[in-house]
Design a protein around this ligand. Structure first.
Ligand code: ZN
Length: 472
């Protein structure tokens, strides 16, 4: 994926470069004004406390509706009955001429709760100071929601002709059960019928010591496939042991599962992801990451690649035994013992064939295996689409020199719901935040985003949306 710039797009990039004020022309968008407005809007948005639970997304949906209405864009507050009191999804659409398919910008309106005592500022005051907007959601993901909103507003104001409609969606409840996006996708297939792409969070941009190690496009995530194991026995007194104690029985089963080395499989997305990571390494390590397929065949290369838990998790289905329940009394043998397994499957893994393998490893027909929660939905996007290419070009223009990676996530997002409606989904994190800061602030304390990053994210969205209007 090196020289994918089509001549037309190359010309468009050149035109964009030529249209900066340096050659005496006014830029299409006034980014100084837009940056200030973006920060103010984000501050207002943060002030509406949507900590989940309880969520309270109806208030943000009303606010979004009001902001868009002032610019002549009609928004809809949806699913209030299905989501419960104080909750809602939000939907709006900027109409084009209908010649191309729509692109949906999706964000979640809820945030995780904040422990005020650990913050140096009020997490819901939307403070703008020292070049940052502070507050819960600044990174995850009200900041990005506002970049999307401002991109819609800037395009509307500019009168840019659109071949593709731009859809703007705010979902409830991403930080808990994903009920918002699930209900939205189930109930509003009509609104999504012409949507070709969803663009949302989950891209993985790695910045360490001021250096952008890679800019990631999220193309897939592992499937959550939680299971419960139950072993039945006979309840009796612990002072008189019998062979029917389910606790040692379960322990033997768990030992077999824990010892199971699931097969290692390199998917094309992860292969590309490792190639981007290779740029930050030197010598042998660089060669191993550049040619992961070959490295995985050599004992040394394989041991090194798998030694890093995050890399290991991207190369295989993983099983973490977590919850364990036997007796609650030392002197009582229980009637049953159970364990829960946090299983994460590769994005393209067939669940039934994995289940067969797991049952083979368990090798004990008296054990029952049952699923916890929903049937997993797959999210594994194609790597070679118009939108993926446009994002790559836009990222390399705005973050020059950063290797472009196709990132696969070990965690879960709302994207599988949209993917289940036949939409190609991607994730981007359009801001540059040091790894340590991102880990400490996102879901942690003193979450904040710089004004430079708000501008970068806005430029990225506008760049992508602008270029996608030419693409078919
Ligand atoms: Zn999020």
């Amino acid at each position: 994926m090196t020289s994918l710039l089509r001549p037309l797009a190359r010309a468009a990039v050149l035109l964009l470069v030529l249209s900066v004020p340096a050659v005496g022309q006014a830029p299409v968008f006034d980014y100084d004004r837009l940056r200030t407005e973006t920060a103010q809007r984000l501050s207002e948005y943060i002030r509406i406390n949507t900590s989940n639970p309880p969520g309270n997304e109806l208030a943000t949906a009303r606010w979004l509706q009001e902001v868009l209405a002032k610019e002549g864009i009609e928004g809809q507050i949806l699913d209030t009955a299905e989501l419960g009191p104080g909750r809602a999804n939000f939907y709006a659409r900027l109409k084009g001429n209908g010649s191309g398919k729509a692109i949906a910008l999706v964000h979640h309106m809820d945030v995780v709760p904040a422990a005020r005592e650990f913050w140096s500022v009020d997490p819901f005051a939307g403070l703008i100071k020292d070049g940052y907007v502070w507050g819960r959601g600044a990174l995850d993901m009200k900041g990005q929601g506002i970049m999307q909103l401002m991109a819609v507003l800037a395009i509307k104001r500019s009168g840019m002709p659109l071949s593709r409609d731009i859809v703007f969606i705010g979902n409830a409840d991403e930080e808990s059960d994903g009920l918002g996006s699930r209900v939205f996708v189930e109930r509003h297939r009509d609104l999504l019928a012409d949507v070709e792409y969803v663009l949302t969070e989950g891209g993985d941009v790695r910045v360490e010591k001021g250096k952008v190690r890679w800019f990631g496009l999220g193309v897939g995530e592992k499937q959550v496939y939680w299971q419960k194991l139950v072993v039945k026995g006979k309840a009796s007194h612990g002072s008189v042991p019998t062979p029917d104690n389910p606790v040692p029985h379960l322990a033997r089963v768990l030992a077999r599962i824990a010892a199971w080395e699931t097969p290692v499989r390199l998917t094309p997305a992860v292969d590309r992801f490792f190639k981007a990571q290779a740029m930050a390494e030197t010598g042998q390590r660089r060669r191993w990451l550049q040619g992961a397929a070959a490295a995985l065949r050599s004992p040394k290369g394989r041991a090194w690649i798998l030694s890093e838990p995050e890399r290991n998790a991207l190369l295989r289905n993983t099983i973490s035994p977590t919850v364990l329940v036997g007796s609650n009394k030392t002197n009582t043998i229980p009637a049953e013992a159970s364990a829960e397994l946090d299983i994460r499957l590769l994005p393209d893994q067939d669940t039934l064939s994995f289940r067969r393998e797991l049952l083979r490893v368990i090798a004990d027909t008296s054990v029952t295996l049952s699923q916890i929660g929903d049937i997993p939905r797959r999210f594994s996007a194609p790597l070679d689409t118009e939108l993926a290419r446009v994002i790559e070009r836009t990222a390399s223009r705005l973050v020059p020199g950063a290797p472009f990676a196709t990132a696969v996530g070990a965690g879960a997002s709302d994207r599988p719901y949209y993917a289940s409606a036949g939409i190609t989904c991607y994730g981007i994190d359009p801001y540059l935040v040091e790894l340590e800061d991102a880990r400490r602030q996102s879901h942690g304390n003193d979450e904040r985003i710089s004004l430079e990053n708000l501008e970068l994210g806005l430029r990225m969205h506008l760049g992508i949306l602008e270029e996608m209007q030419e693409a078919r």
